[in-house]
Design a protein around this ligand. Structure first.
Ligand SMILES: Nc1nc2c(ncn2[C@@H]2O[C@H](COP(=O)(O)OP(=O)(O)O)[C@@H](O)[C@H]2O)c(=O)[nH]1
Ligand SMILES: [Mg+2]
Length: 351
């Protein structure tokens, strides 16, 4: 099993200062060793996941690839590419940007045939998406507090489950707040993932859930953060009920959850993550904008990229509201959630 979090170092791992070295002043101390960026899993697993992504994006990619099967680089090629990008839900702005960028690259490289243009497009897409690459870090705060939001069925609970499992497997203590109090099933769903996540005690990772029957989501979140601090947890994650950005009273409820978390831990949640279904297409950008305006998002998780014809929406997000994509999902299994790489995504799209 691979994990994108480095194992939490045991306290004994912290190297003692060299003998005779002056004690470091606290203000100059090195960052805590437990600050952990996302790491790339072993090659074979990552490769099989990329294959899955490639398969998943085939519906999006094949109509784009089709553009490059001719023999000439002419206006018709650019027009066809424009349609294909729009069909893939890249949106007008990102499409215009990519076409302009591609024309420039073609001119500079003096590309002679459409196959070369396709390679240049992959590079242009990777460059456009690169600002979205950012690792989710845990360990900087005790605990790192995250709230997870999105529309119904986007994959919030499943993604939290997968993330929790990775965190527990790398030795973290995780506390989940079952703040989706609308659906009884959501709590059970979390519990199933939590159970699966529990690892042998000697690895120090653990998962607990805070929930209340008929509870208030803000109260559940408050209790979870307080408990997470008291119990020395590494991460607290609040799973919230799905809602549309147009349901204003429900958006107010999310703002309240955020405020209450801030009160419980003495500052805003460290991460406010939006989960988006990869089949959402153009509407994904609207969701990102609305949830970001309401809550100030720190990251995205894009699920269900296994079989979408709308994978271009990431380009629209990169161009118009570039919020980091921490993870992308290509299926329902644990290993199907992985860190986002712009280059891999562009290659999977245009291979
Ligand atoms: N194919 C696929 N299905 C997913 C993925 N992520 C989640 N799902 C499924 O989407 C459905 C809704 O997920 P859930 O986590 O309950 O959504 P929530 O309402 O946002 O909490 C479930 O059947 C999940 O198994 C993914 O990356 N790929
Ligand atoms: Mg859910």
């Amino acid at each position: 099993m691979f994990s994108f979090f480095k194992k939490k170092p045991a306290p004994a791992d912290a190297a003692p200062p060299p003998v005779g070295a002056p004690a470091a002043a606290p203000a100059l101390a090195a960052p805590p060793v437990a600050v952990l960026p996302v790491i790339v899993p072993p090659e074979p697993e990552r490769r099989s996941w990329v294959d899955k992504l490639r398969g998943g994006l085939r519906k999006t990619g094949s109509s784009i690839a089709q553009v490059f099967t001719g023999t000439q680089i002419d206006e018709a090629l650019y027009e066809e590419l424009e349609s294909a990008l729009l069909m893939a839900d890249a949106g007008v702005k990102a499409t215009e940007f990519l076409l302009g960028d591609l024309r420039r690259r073609v001119k500079e490289s003096k590309a002679g045939d459409p196959a070369q243009v396709k390679v240049l497009l992959a590079a242009a897409v990777a460059d456009l998406l690169r600002p979205l690459e950012k690792p989710l870090r845990v360990g900087e705060h005790a605990p790192t507090v995250m709230m997870v939001v999105g529309v119904n069925g986007a994959g919030k609970t499943t993604s939290i489950g997968k993330l929790t499992r990775h965190l527990a497997d790398s030795g973290r203590k995780v506390l989940l707040a079952a703040a989706d109090t609308f659906r009884a099933a959501a709590r059970e769903q979390l519990a199933v993932w939590a159970e699966r996540a529990d690892v042998p005690a000697q690895q120090a990772g653990s998962v607990e859930i805070v929930s209340q029957a008929d509870g208030d989501p803000a109260a559940v979140s408050f209790d979870a953060v307080v408990a997470g601090k008291a119990r020395g947890c590494d991460v607290v994650i609040a799973d919230t009920a799905g809602r549309l950005p147009t349901q204003l009273h429900l958006m107010e409820e999310l703002k309240k959850i955020k405020r209450v978390i801030a009160k419980a831990q003495g500052g805003a949640p460290h991460e406010v993550l939006l989960v988006i279904d990869g089949n959402t297409g153009q509407n994904a950008l609207a969701q990102v904008k609305s949830f970001d305006d309401a809550l100030g998002l720190t990251g995205l998780i894009v699920t269900k990229l296994d079989g979408t014809a709308k994978g271009g929406m990431l380009a629209a997000i990169a161009r118009e509201r570039p919020i980091p994509v921490y993870f992308i999902g290509v299926g329902e299994k644990l290993e199907d959630l992985q860190t986002f790489s712009a280059r891999e995504f562009a290659q999977a799209l245009l291979d």
